[in-house]
Design a protein around this ligand. Structure first.
Ligand SMILES: Cc1cc2nc3c(=O)[nH]c(=O)nc-3n(C[C@H](O)[C@H](O)[C@H](O)COP(=O)(O)O)c2cc1C
Ligand code: SF4
Length: 721
C-alpha cells in the first residue's frame, strides 16, 4: 500500500474527493501528475497517426486532429510516439525531438492544445529494434541483443555498453526540448517488450550478460534509471514523467506482475511521476496491445491495481475502457487514478465533454473493427470507420445550410448522411422501404454484436434530430420529385450477385440475397422457388409486421431458439459477411465449413481484423478452405476440387454468399429525371463496409450546394464530388 503519510499522495488523493456535480464524479474530477494539474481524469492514450510532415515535423493536419480532441474536453493528451533520435524513424511519417531545430514546430502544437484547457505530452522513445530507418537507407536498428522487428523482419545490432550513456543523453535532450516546446510532461515508452527501453526491460529480448542484463533484478532497470537521471538533469526534477509499462508480459519467459511490483517503487525513486499500465508484448498485429472485444472491458485493471498498491504516485490504466461507466467504476474501486483511452477518442473526440455533461448515451462508441490499425499499417494513414472526420478535421468541413434534402435508404450511409445534413440545418426526409431502419447494418449487428453500438447510436441521433423519417416507403422517381428536393442522396445498398455454380438454382440452396430478403420481409421473384408456400406467406406477411420489434438483439435471441438451417452447414464464399455468418452459426452449435475460391478470407478488411476472424473461426471449429474450385452443388453436398482432386462435402444446409455489386438503378432514374443526385455507400462502391459508407456520407453532405457530378455524367460515372 502507498505510504499514507506521503504528502504528495494525500494531496493527490484529496483531489479525487472534490465534489463534481455529474454522473461521473471521479472521471470528471481534477488530478495531478507530479507538478501537472489535469482538469479531469480522462487521458488520450498515444496513437501513431502518420499524419506528420515528411521532415518529421508536426503538420497542420496533425495539429487540427489533436486540437479537436482538446476541444472535446480531454484532461491530458499523450501524443503518439516521437523519437529521440532523428535518424531512427519510427515510421515513414513520424515525429522527432532529436534536434533543437524541431522545438519551434512543436511549440505550435502545445499552444493550440493549451488554448482549449487540455494538457499535452509527447510519448518519447528510441525506436530501438523497431525503426524503419533501413527502409530508407538509414542506420541499422539497435537493440539490447540481436532482435528481429516483428513488423519489418530485420535484425537489430547489439548495442555496445559504451554506446548506452549517449543514448540515455538523447532521451534527456528530447525531454529538455519537450519542455522548451511547452509540453506539460513526457511519457517514456517502456512497455510491450518494444522499442529500446521496452526491449532492455524484458528477458524476451534482452539476452545480455553484462551490467544491463534483464536476467538479474538489479540490472534490469539500469538503462531506464540512467535515462530518468538524464531527463531530470536536463529537463528538471519537476518535469512530470509518465512511464508506460506492461504490468506483465503475458508470454512464456516474459516479465511477471511480481517483477513489475518489485521494480515500480525503484522507478519512482528514480523519477517516475506516474505509470500508464497496459499488458502483454507487441507483435506485428499488436494483438495484446490493442485488444479486441473478446479481451473484455478494462482487461489490464488487475495489473494497474497491483502497481497502485506499491507506489505513491498516480497510476493510469489503459486497454478497452470504452465506456465511461467502466472508467468511473475502476476509479471508484481504487484500481487506478486516471483512465487512458485510445480508440474511444478516435471514434468520438467529444467523449469527455459528453461525460462531463452526463449524456453518455450520445457517445459514438468504438466498435473494435480495427480499421484504425489496419488503415495505418496498410495505407500509412490512420482512419476511423465510424468517424470519417478523424484526421480530416480541417479538410472535411460541413457548412450550415437550408436545403431540402431527401435521403433514400436507411442503412449506415443513409443514416449518417441524414444525421449530418440535419445537424447542419438542412431540412431532411429519410425514406426507407423496410419498416425498420438499419439496412445491412442491422444484419451485420445481428451476426457481429460489436456493430450494434454504432447502429444504436445512429438511430438515437436520427431520432433526436428534426428528420422526417418515413419507413415502409418505396422511393420512386415520381414520389421523390413530388417532394421537390434540392438534393437527393441515394444510399440504397448493393445488389448481391449469385455465382453461376451448377446446382445453385436448387430449391434447397440458400443464398445471401435470399437471407437479406427474408430479413427484409420482401421476396423477389428469382427466389420464389426456394421457399414453400407457407414459408413465403410467413415471410411476406409476418416479417414486415414484426420488423419494428426485430432488433439485432431480438434476432440473436430468436436464433438461439430456431434457425432454418441443419446441423452441418457449408458456406460458399468467404467475404466478411460470410465469415461473420460462419462465426455466428458456429456459436449456435452448427458445424460450419467455409469454402472460398480466392486465396483470402474477408479480403475487404486489413490484416489485424482478418487475423482476429481467423482466430475466432479456429476456436469455433469452423473448417476453412481457400483456393478451392467449387465444381457443383448436389443434393446435400458440395463438390469441390483442389489440384484437380475432387471431394464431396456433405451438408444439411448450403449457403451461397454471393458477391455484392453496384446497384445504381434508382440513382440513374432520379438523375435522368433532372434531380441533383449523389450516391453513397455500397450501391456505388460495394464492399466498402462501414468506413466507406460513413466517408461517402460525410463527403456527400460536405458537398451539398455544389454541383453534383451525377447530373452531367449520367450513369457512366457516379461521383460524390
Ligand atoms: C492506431 C493506434 C496506434 C497506436 N499507437 C501507439 C503508440 O504510438 N504508442 C503506444 O504506446 N501505444 C499505441 N497504441 C496503443 C494505445 O495507446 C492503447 O494502449 C491501445 O489502443 C488500447 O487502448 P484502447 O482500448 O483504449 O484503444 C496505438 C493504438 C492504436 C489503435
Ligand atoms: S476504426 Fe474501429 S476500432 Fe478503430 S477507433 Fe474507429 S471504431 Fe474503433
Amino acid at each position: 500500500m502507498p505510504d499514507p503519510l506521503c504528502a504528495a499522495y494525500i494531496e493527490f488523493r484529496a483531489d479525487a474527493h472534490m465534489q463534481v456535480n455529474t454522473r461521473f464524479p471521479l472521471l470528471t474530477s481534477p488530478a495531478r501528475i507530479g507538478t501537472m494539474t489535469l482538469k479531469n481524469r480522462m487521458v488520450m492514450s498515444p496513437m501513431t497517426t502518420a499524419y506528420c510532415n515528411d521532415d518529421q515535423t508536426p503538420s497542420e493536419r496533425l495539429i487540427r486532429y489533436f486540437e479537436e480532441r482538446a476541444k472535446g474536453g480531454v484532461g491530458l493528451i499523450t501524443m503518439e510516439l516521437i523519437t529521440v533520435d532523428e535518424t531512427h524513424r519510427y515510421m515513414h511519417r513520424s515525429m522527432t525531438l532529436g534536434h533543437d531545430r524541431y522545438i519551434d514546430a512543436h511549440r505550435q502544437i502545445t499552444e493550440r492544445i493549451h488554448a482549449h484547457g487540455a494538457k499535452v505530452q509527447p510519448q518519447i522513445s528510441h525506436t530501438g529494434p523497431e525503426s524503419v530507418a533501413p527502409m530508407f537507407g538509414g542506420p541499422q536498428t539497435l537493440g539490447p541483443s540481436v532482435n528481429v522487428a516483428p513488423v519489418w523482419g530485420w535484425a537489430s545490432r547489439e548495442l555496445d555498453i559504451a554506446e548506452l550513456p549517449g543514448i540515455a543523453a538523447q532521451y534527456g535532450e528530447a525531454a529538455r526540448r519537450a519542455r522548451e516546446a511547452g509540453y506539460d510532461g513526457i511519457e517514456l515508452h517502456a512497455a510491450h517488450c518494444y522499442n529500446l527501453l521496452g526491449s532492455f526491460l524484458s528477458p524476451l529480448r534482452n539476452k545480455r550478460t553484462d551490467d544491463y542484463s534483464a536476467f538479474r533484478a538489479e540490472t534490469r532497470t539500469r538503462l531506464i534509471n540512467e535515462v530518468l537521471g538524464e531527463i531530470r538533469a536536463r529537463a528538471g526534477d519537476d518535469f512530470p514523467v509518465t512511464l508506460s509499462i506492461s504490468g506483465y508480459e503475458r508470454s512464456p519467459g516474459g516479465r511477471s506482475l511480481d517483477d513489475t511490483q518489485r521494480l515500480a517503487p525503484e522507478l519512482v525513486a528514480a523519477g517516475v511521476s506516474c505509470f500508464r499500465v497496459s499488458g502483454g508484448i507487441s507483435d506485428s498485429l499488436v494483438t495484446m496491445m490493442v485488444g479486441r472485444s473478446e479481451y473484455g472491458d478494462a482487461h489490464n485493471a488487475a495489473q494497474a491495481e497491483a502497481i497502485r498498491n506499491v507506489v505513491d504516485v498516480p497510476v493510469m490504466l489503459v486497454g478497452r475502457i470504452h465506456d465511461p461507466e467502466v472508467g468511473e467504476r475502476i476509479l471508484a474501486e481504487g484500481k487506478a487514478d486516471l483512465i487512458a483511452m485510445a480508440r474511444p477518442l478516435l471514434a468520438d473526440p467529444e467523449l469527455p465533454n459528453k461525460v462531463i455533461k452526463g449524456v453518455p448515451r450520445r457517445i459514438r462508441r468504438c466498435i473494435s473493427c480495427e480499421n484504425c490499425i489496419d488503415s495505418m499499417q496498410s495505407r500509412d494513414n490512420l482512419g476511423c470507420a465510424i468517424n470519417p472526420f478523424s484526421g480530416r478535421e480541417g479538410e472535411l468541413a460541413i457548412q450550415p445550410g437550408r436545403r431540402n434534402v431527401v435521403v433514400v435508404g436507411g442503412g449506415t450511409g443513409g443514416l449518417e448522411a441524414a444525421r449530418l445534413a440535419a445537424t447542419a440545418g438542412h431540412s431532411v426526409t429519410l425514406l426507407e422501404r423496410q419498416r425498420r431502419l438499419g439496412g445491412s447494418l442491422s444484419l451485420a449487428s445481428t451476426v457481429h454484436s460489436d456493430n450494434e453500438r454504432f447502429l444504436q447510436w445512429l438511430l438515437g441521433e436520427v431520432e433526436s434530430l428534426p428528420i422526417d423519417v418515413q419507413t415502409g416507403v418505396e422511393a420512386t422517381v415520381a414520389g421523390v420529385r413530388a417532394m421537390k428536393p434540392d438534393e437527393v442522396l441515394v444510399a440504397t445498398g448493393a445488389r448481391v450477385q449469385i455465382p453461376p455454380i451448377p446446382g445453385v438454382e436448387r430449391a434447397d440452396v440458400l443464398t445471401g440475397s435470399l437471407l437479406r430478403q427474408i430479413f427484409a420481409g420482401r421476396l423477389e421473384a428469382e427466389n420464389n422457388h426456394r421457399l414453400r408456400n407457407w414459408q413465403r406467406i410467413l415471410v411476406e406477411f409476418l416479417v414486415p409486421r414484426c420488423q419494428p420489434w426485430m432488433s439485432p438483439r431480438a434476432m440473436r435471441w430468436l436464433s438461439r431458439v430456431w434457425m432454418p438451417l441443419g446441423r452441418e452447414v457449408v458456406i460458399i464464399g468467404a467475404d466478411l459477411v460470410a465469415v461473420e455468418v460462419a462465426e455466428f452459426l458456429a456459436g449456435r452449435g452448427r458445424r460450419v465449413h467455409l469454402l472460398e475460391s480466392g486465396r483470402k478470407i474477408a479480403p475487404e478488411v486489413g490484416k489485424k481484423r482478418r487475423h482476429e476472424h481467423m482466430d475466432r473461426l479456429d476456436r469455433l471449429g469452423v473448417t476453412v478452405n481457400t483456393g478451392v474450385e467449387i465444381r457443383r452443388i448436389e443434393r446435400s453436398a458440395v463438390i469441390v476440387a483442389t489440384l484437380e482432386h475432387e471431394s464431396r462435402i456433405s451438408a444439411d444446409s448450403i449457403l451461397v454468399a454471393g458477391e455484392p455489386s453496384r446497384d445504381t438503378g434508382l440513382a440513374d432514374a432520379l438523375g435522368a429525371a433532372g434531380l441533383s443526385v449523389r450516391v453513397i455507400g455500397d450501391c456505388r462502391a460495394p464492399g466498402s463496409l462501414i468506413a466507406g459508407a460513413t466517408t461517402a456520407a460525410a463527403e456527400a453532405v460536405a458537398a451539398l450546394g455544389k454541383p453534383a457530378a451525377f447530373a452531367k455524367c449520367s450513369n457512366k460515372e457516379l461521383s460524390n464530388a
